[in-house]
Ligand binder design. Structure first.
Ligand code: M6R
Length: 367
């Protein structure tokens, strides 16, 4: 049942190229995204949307954080992202011009479902991104985009996250097409690059790449504390990498917006503390590198993640992992893969139960 892998989590990490492919399948026609068979929102409906609320928990929330960048960049519609258990209690501003997007692998998460009901009751249009056809979230939403990741068994979510990102890109591009907000050529380029992600994800699962990550993970497994840093979309991915590591390896880690470290947290950086630094975003590269130098100067042991072809980062870090070249906007799909593997190997090294971490359930059906 684990298809030759030691754990479901590892199997599911390796299934990501296929999950990406399957989630894209049938949704791109002649350089354009076509969701018209799945989504009832008309062009006029899309033009009416004033604000978007992404609401989700855990890993799905982290997908929503990427969603904010994607939708704001492609559609210029303001986006808020909330943890589902907080959403209802802050009296969010919701009306008929609000699009509420629930992201949930299982479609059964109680907090997400409760937030969805609240938004719907207050007049929002409700869309669900879920991996389970016929789940509660899918049934109660006005529109559904299924992520075709296939069943996810491991408690730690991996292929569900990457396919949620794919669904978010598809929807963002689809909306941008309707709004005519972006240059057509630019959108076509995003579509073209989206179709190359599956192959590129495959490259990150090659043995040489995996062994760099596994070696770093074995080294780090002795530590009790660790930092993930990045800016922009790299920060969103850092949060997901940190959650994955905490969840299964029980190593305490914190994800920090790299530029924010110097406002307090830098005090925790001491000799030999491991830092996983992500620098895939071109526009933020120089600034991120200077933040990496700040931790390096205080003795941190740094693993850098950057784009293939970069010859600079290795001067400021101890080890480097390269992500195949893609658009900045799409990088999270690739960047997260070594971070998932990192959490996996740290857990294996520590001898914990990878697929069933303590205190956690696959689907959280209590509020
Ligand atoms: O089924 P859902 O996507 O609604 O689940 C949300 C979270 O409970 C889930 O992503 C959780 O954070 C994972 N265990 C993280 O790996």
């Amino acid at each position: 049942e684990k298809g030759g892998f030691d754990h479901f989590m590892l199997k599911e990490i390796y299934e990501q190229p296929k999950a990406i492919q399957d989630t894209l399948a049938g949704r791109i026609k002649e350089d354009k995204v076509d969701l018209s068979n799945e989504i009832s929102l008309s062009k006029e409906d899309v033009q009416q949307i004033e604000r978007i609320h992404f609401v989700a928990c855990g890993t799905a929330y982290h997908a929503g954080l990427v969603g904010k960048y994607v939708f704001e960049k492609l559609t210029r519609i303001p986006v808020e992202v909330d943890v589902a258990s907080e959403y209802r209690y802050r009296e969010p501003i919701i009306n008929e011009r609000t699009l509420f997007i629930a992201v949930s692998q299982s479609g059964e998460t109680a907090d997400t479902l409760a937030a969805l009901r609240e938004a719907k009751q207050r007049g929002a249009k409700v869309l669900a991104i879920t991996n389970v056809v016929g789940s509660s979230v899918a049934r109660e939403a006005d529109d559904v985009i299924i992520t075709w990741a296939g069943p996810e068994i491991a408690v730690a979510s991996t292929k569900a996250y990457t396919s949620q990102l794919i669904a978010i890109y598809l929807l963002g591009i689809y909306f941008a097409q309707q709004l005519e907000a972006k240059n057509v050529g630019e959108l076509k380029e995003v579509v073209a690059q989206l179709q190359k992600l599956s192959e590129k994800a495959e490259l990150l699962l090659q043995p040489e790449q995996v062994s760099i990550v596994a070696n770093f993970a074995r080294e780090i497994a002795k530590h009790q504390n660790l930092f993930f840093i990045g800016r922009g979309l790299d920060y969103a991915v850092a949060l997901e990498g940190s959650l994955k590591l905490k969840e299964i390896s029980y190593i305490h880690s914190e994800a920090y917006a790299a530029g924010e470290l110097k406002h307090g947290t830098l005090a925790l950086i001491e000799e030999n503390i491991p830092v996983l630094a992500i620098a895939t975003q071109k526009a933020l590269y120089e600034k991120t590198v200077s933040n990496i130098q700040e931790v390096k100067a205080r003795g941190a042991y740094v693993l850098g993640v950057t784009i293939t072809g970069d010859t600079e980062l290795n001067k400021s870090v101890d080890e480097v992992i390269h992500i195949p070249k893609t658009l900045d906007l799409l990088a999270p799909v690739l960047t997260v893969i070594p971070l998932q593997l990192f959490a996996y190997y740290a857990c294996v090294e520590r001898g914990y139960d990878v697929d069933k971490p303590r205190n956690l359930a696959k689907s959280v059906t209590v509020e």
